[in-house]
Design a protein around this ligand. Structure first.
Ligand code: S3P
Length: 173
């Protein structure tokens, strides 16, 4: 098993913002699977969904994890919100390191993403309802591969960072 820190959780739970802060704090590189895919494809996630469909994007996510497993260690990896849904991806995540599930309520997610246009799955008439449905469908998958669950709805970034660093230390002992 590798020693990356992997951040998972629903869209808008704060993976990227927390990942950046954690990267600075621990002096480790941050890899974002969405950005990795966008760079490789030369297209945004929305364009990939539009041109090739969701299934093709899911395949790219699996490929991304396989390549990271080949060459990445001791880094921070923030993964797309739907990535842990595939069983194969959950196994790959576990091999990549310690998986931290950042858990937020549908209402908090909605407040953060209501003006967002970059998440194709939330461009619907009733995004809050979509968030609730998707989240409850994914709940088990997030929990199944998590080593640590952090409830982020009521915590500041600093509190979350402290909690992640504490888990990281315990892991080393
Ligand atoms: C998705 C989450 C997005 C991105 C894509 C699909 C999902 O990533 O991978 O829009 O299925 O939940 P973030 O969780 O970083 O927003």
């Amino acid at each position: 098993m590798k020693h990356n820190i992997i951040l998972t959780g629903f869209m808008g739970c704060g993976k990227s913002s927390i990942g950046i802060r954690l990267s600075y704090h621990l002096k480790r590189t941050l890899i974002d699977t969405d950005k990795w895919i966008e760079r490789k494809q030369g297209m945004s996630v929305s364009e990939i969904f539009e041109r090739s469909g969701e299934e093709a994007f899911r395949q790219m996510e699996t490929q991304c994890l396989k390549e990271l497993l080949d060459g990445t260690d001791n880094q921070i990896i923030s993964v797309g919100g739907g990535l842990p849904v595939r069983e194969e991806n959950r196994q790959l995540l576990k091999q990549l390191g310690q998986v931290i599930y950042l858990k937020a309520s549908p209402e908090v997610i909605y407040e953060r993403l209501k003006e967002d246009t970059t998440r194709p799955l939330l461009q619907v008439e009733d995004p809050l309802e979509r968030i609730r449905t998707l989240m409850s469908a994914r709940q088990e998958a997030y929990a199944a591969c998590a080593d640590v669950v952090i409830n982020v709805s009521d915590k500041s970034f600093d509190e979350i960072i402290v909690q992640i660093c504490r888990c990281e230390k315990e892991e080393e002992i």
